[in-house]
Design a protein around this ligand. Sequence first.
Ligand SMILES: [Zn+2]
Length: 146
Amino acid sequence: MLVPIVGPVLAGDFVLDARDVKGRADFVAVVSRYTRLRRAGRQFVGLCPFHREQHPSFYVRPEKKIFFCFGCGSGGDLFDFVICVERCAFRRAVEIVAAFPGVGDSSGDEKSLLVENIGVSRHWMAHENDDMSSRYGSSSRRRSIP
Ligand SMILES: [Zn+2]
């Protein structure tokens, strides 16, 4: 059950949200928006988005959700990647990843990109849930089996 948050979102809550987002995110799908990856065994390799190169030295390990470039030495987790490639703050990076299909709210469209903070998004989702429960009624109104 989601509880609408009134006022500023606590840092702790936000970290929990970020962990959720990271858990659901498909690292390869996120990175593929910025560079083309191909599978190489258990990892993916592509041209590094952080430096110019002819031969791929940028590696992504999806099961660990980390990346590393042997060319320029950049590396980190999913959010580090988005922060570097988008040159944005941590909070913005979480929002960008949350906007990927199936990661943020159930609609999974660009709507969450427009949401300025996660608190607003939660509030919206809580109302969405209210709508759902009133639309589909209570469980007491079961059909009787003849
Ligand atoms: Zn690099």
